[in-house]
Design a protein around this ligand. Structure first.
Ligand code: ATP
Length: 417
């Protein structure tokens, strides 16, 4: 394989549904990240529909430009699954039955107590000279071949779950084994409460003092990832990372990729052997969903209420009639009573309450769309605040509110002001 530092990659996606917008190309996004993390330089990506000539052309163009090509899709049993035939045409490699691939497909059907339909035999036809890539979670096997240009081409099914598993099990080890890659050094800070432009203003000049270290952002709304990336061995990486950490301060909630706010809260609660209850109005269960999406959350998540109506706030949480008539359901006073009620009824140490105007209707001069009230009630007392997210659409207001509630809880739990 050519020079390891400059190993170039190209991503191909196949499927008419990608060109019509019916399917979003998440495979390309996943592979772009995975290849970059491995230390390859992704030069580009192309998509072909269900025409054999088009598929053949994009394969040939990619093989001419890159050292590693990864193609997903078009390996199914139906007539519009043309990838193997296109490879055959591109490199003049006749298709031949791979008996092991056929056995694997049959075994997969047998495992599901079904007989393999005849049409699936097509999936065991692989271009001459290619190496089969087993698919442990689906029927379509993948394959790999080396083109005359020296490019290594990997063909995987389009189903994301199958593609990812085969990437992990076979493709990544194969790429790693045939070249000494130097994955870039990276460090990620997960941040709440600062937008991209604020982050750029806060960190830009500091990181610019370190040549070779790149500052990047990924908005996950409302969270943001701040990334430092550099070639392995770039001097000053640790110093730069420490400076950025100090500048971000309390806004950074995690430096572990994949460990989100709810997981951080779970750890903090577990460390204190305490539990959480949530009382939600406008977020309608989003906070509870974020919590129970964490494996092992039963050890710290107690229960949640969706108290949408005034009656449910009173019946379930003991919110008083006078509070609702005097201050309204979207008020600091109401969320304080909701949180206190949730704590009392559940008997746990912590409760979070949220009530707001998600929009698009229902706003008023005193309670505009996007206004949300939060309360966190815990062993050290109750804290409440109102925030205005603006009229940014119902879904976003709700997402902002759910993440903000968790962030408020994190700060109380970790005693961060
Ligand atoms: P199968 O044997 O399941 O048919 P295949 O290799 O033929 O596998 P496709 O038929 O191309 O795969 O795609 C199967 C499904 O996988 C699509 O309907 C789509 O939902 C999903 N899919 C395909 N390509 C992509 C992609 N690039 N990104 C995200 N999803 C995809």
């Amino acid at each position: 394989m050519p020079d390891r530092v400059a190993l170039r990659a190209w991503i191909l996606s196949q499927g008419e549904e990608l060109l019509t917008g019916r399917t979003v190309d998440t495979n390309a996004a996943f592979l772009a990240g995975a290849l970059t993390d491995l230390g390859l330089r992704v030069l580009g990506a192309s998509t072909a529909g269900d025409r054999l000539d088009d598929i053949r052309d994009v394969i040939l163009a990619a093989a001419a430009r890159a050292d590693v090509v990864i193609c997903t899709g078009g390996l199914g049993p139906t007539g519009d699954d043309l990838t193997a035939a296109a490879v055959s045409a591109a490199f003049d490699r006749p298709l031949a039955l791979d008996p092991v691939a056929l056995d694997e497909i049959r075994a997969r059907y047998a495992g599901l107590a079904r007989v393999m339909p005849e049409s699936n035999q097509k999936q065991a036809l692989l271009p001459h000279g290619s190496l089969r890539i087993s698919n442990p979670v689906g029927t379509a096997p993948g394959f790999m071949l080396t083109a005359d240009t020296g490019a290594r081409l990997y063909f995987l099914p389009g189903v994301p779950r199958e593609m990812r598993r085969m990437w992990e099990d076979s493709v990544r080890p194969s790429i790693q084994s045939c070249s000494t890659l130097r994955p870039p050094r990276r460090h990620v800070f997960q941040v709440m409460g600062l937008g991209e432009s604020q982050l750029q203003d806060l960190l830009g000049s500091t990181v610019a003092r370190y040549p070779g270290i790149e500052l990047g952002f990924r908005a996950r709304i409302p969270e943001n990832d701040v990334k430092l990336v550099a070639e392995e061995g770039t001097p000053g990486f640790e110093l730069c990372r420490d400076e950025v950490r100090a500048l971000l301060g309390r806004h950074c909630f995690s430096e572990e990729e994949g460990k989100g706010l709810a997981a951080v809260i779970g750890d903090a609660l577990l460390a204190r052997a305490e539990r959480l209850a949530v009382a939600e109005s406008c977020t309608g269960g989003l906070v509870a969903d974020l919590c129970v999406s964490e494996a092992g959350s039963s050890r710290w998540f107690e229960r949640g209420w969706i108290t949408y109506s005034n009656r449910s706030k009173q019946e379930e949480l003991g919110v008083t009639e006078s509070c609702l008539t005097t201050h309204g359901a979207v008020s600091i006073e109401c969320v304080r009573e909701m949180a206190a009620g949730a704590r009392k009824v559940s008997g746990v140490q912590w409760a979070v309450a949220i009530s707001g105007v998600a929009g698009p209707g229902g706003g008023s001069a005193s309670r505009p769309v996007g206004m949300v009230c939060f309360a966190v009630d815990g062993p050290s007392g109750a804290h409440a605040r109102t925030l205005h997210f603006g009229d940014r659409g119902r879904a976003q207001v709700r997402r902002f509110a759910a993440a903000t509630a968790l962030e408020m809880l994190r700060r109380q739990l970790l005693r961060i002001e």
